[in-house]
Design a protein. Structure first.
Length: 229
């Protein structure tokens, strides 16, 4: 993600997330940075959860807008520390975005080592369980609800025996397990009717809407129509 993409825009004149506080995992770069950037532009404050202790350029934002939390989402001991890090600064917590994730190298499933499968499950799936044990009791004690956004790749609802989709965006190409190339993008676009690749900015716009009060009863596949094919 470039500096221009990850730097937050000025606050909207009619902010969707005014006075809300979010924790975004994997917010130091790529899609997580795009999501947090959009949240900040819509009046939100937030915790940058990342394994990188010095995410750039988000770490240069003004004091009071964000706080950095360096931890491993797959480590159950990290989750009980997230809220005690967030609350003293922001005094509340409204939105959790489970964005951090990994994918194995783009090989046929029968060739993927078991330790890679374990790694994908540990990073992509178990944090959903860990996070529920952290945020639900907090909201229950407060007597109020909150929002949880769980992100996945398009491969999650439509798994394949042989992974063909690759290179969805330069920022996340290493996560998807392949090198970003025009040929790789062409393969991905074959299965996306709308004919465009998702970017961190587009994902941030969608996440902001889903986290807002306007989407209180909405679920969605954000895949450019791929689920229709």
């Amino acid at each position: 993600m470039s500096a221009n993409e990850s730097a937050p825009n000025s606050i909207s004149s009619n902010p969707r997330l005014e006075d809300k506080v979010s924790i975004v995992t994997g917010a130091g770069s790529g899609s997580g940075a795009g999501i947090l950037s959009k949240f900040l532009s819509e009046g939100c404050r937030g915790l940058i959860w990342d394994h990188n202790p010095n995410p750039v350029p988000l770490s240069s934002l003004l004091a009071g807008q964000v706080q950095i939390f360096t931890a491993d989402v797959s480590d159950p001991s990290s989750w009980p520390l997230a809220l005690p890090t967030c609350l003293p600064t922001f005094d509340k917590f409204d939105i959790l975005t489970n964005n951090a994730g990994v994918v194995h190298v783009a090989n046929p499933n029968e060739d993927v080592p078991e330790e890679e499968v374990d790694r994908v499950l540990r990073v992509n799936v178990k944090p959903l369980y860990f996070s529920a044990g952290t945020v639900v009791p907090y909201w229950s004690r407060k007597g109020e609800g909150g929002v949880v956004l769980n992100l996945s790749s398009t491969s999650a609802p439509r798994p394949r025996l042989r992974l063909a989709t690759r290179g969805l965006a330069p920022e996340v190409a290493p996560v998807l397990g392949d090198v970003d190339t025009p040929e790789g993008r062409a393969i991905a676009l074959v299965e996306i009717p709308i004919g465009r690749i998702c970017t961190p900015k587009i994902l941030g716009d969608a996440a902001c809407f889903l986290a807002s009060d306007e989407a209180a009863l909405l679920t969605v596949n954000f895949d450019g129509g791929r689920s229709l094919m």
